[in-house]
Design a binder for this molecule. Structure first.
Ligand SMILES: [Zn+2]
Length: 85
């Protein structure tokens, strides 16, 4: 289940690129971060691949120190992260 118009977030050393000025955000806003925290029990197919990966949505608020705008990154390791501006 992939969202349409998914914009993959680019990371530099674990820091997302600001969607406004396209430079790495220097500071992450820790307040307001959240996770859906659901439990995804592993399910394996006949070749041993996990077909039920962790799809918890992790949401993190960021503020770019260059343009001072706030933005939100949400997603997970399985489906990728996208901006929610
Ligand atoms: Zn910026």
């Amino acid at each position: 289940m992939k969202a349409k118009n998914l914009v993959k977030v680019k990371y530099t050393n674990g820091i997302p690129i600001c969607p406004f000025c396209k430079v790495p955000t220097k500071r992450g806003g820790s307040q307001g971060g959240s996770s859906t925290a659901m439990y995804f029990p592993p399910q394996y197919d006949e070749e041993g691949n996990n077909i039920n990966p962790d799809r918890n949505i992790i949401t993190t608020n960021w503020q770019c120190l260059k343009c001072t705008k706030y933005y939100v990154v949400s997603g997970n390791q399985t489906d990728g992260y996208q901006y929610k501006i």
